[in-house]
Ligand binder design. Sequence first.
Ligand SMILES: [Zn+2]
Length: 257
Amino acid sequence: MNYIDTHCHLDGEEFAEDLDAVIARAKEAEVTAIGVPGIDLKSCDSVLALCQRYPGYCFPMLGLHPEEVKSDWQDVLARIKGFLASKPAIGEVGLDFYWSREFEQEQLLAFEEQVRWSVELQLPLMIHCRKAQNEMVSILKHYRDDLPGGVFHCFTGNELEAKELLQFNRFVLGIGGVLTFKKSHLPEVLPAVVPLDRIVLETDAPYMAPVPMRGKRNEPAFVVYVLERLAQAYGVSKEEVVRQTDANCEKILNINV
Ligand SMILES: [Zn+2]
């Protein structure tokens, strides 16, 4: 099998000591590509450098994360835009009103600006959304017909929320460790309303480690536990989940393995 971790913060300090070993374990676990999102100016720079170190294996996603949007967002975005010549995905971008609404207005404006980049450059979006689905959907609706597609990363919502997101063509849900948690409703919600051709796998490492690794540092090799749980929830083979999610990565994220 060859499958893809579409969202992993490999540039984080958590991986500084043993990055080569983490990559080697991922390859051994049959992970054939990793999407690496930036969150701010500094991390976009390090994500690009990291992806150059593992060409054809690590794929950059560049953008300003909603939790990093501050009063200087316009200046930061102008600089991040300068990195887009390498044709990365745009990410991770979005809205997060869970921790703080201090920069709510700035978050909305910064997200919309990066959505416009996606349309202008026809680069896919990697979207982070927490406690803000209504606001996110109302922004995306303005660009619905022109958006190239993307991922609603770390989906943990209910059936109605899933359906609302799937109305955006060429967008898929990123499913990670939460699926494996004992109290998760995702094993029922997803098969009820989300076809496998609208899902991609992710770890969000170093966060969100799946069962049985919960509580440890997450890493790309652990995406296999998400794959296994998804196959079980849909009542299909792991190979079938791999076939469909890989096809989605190629179609939506231009990650071809
Ligand atoms: Zn992330």
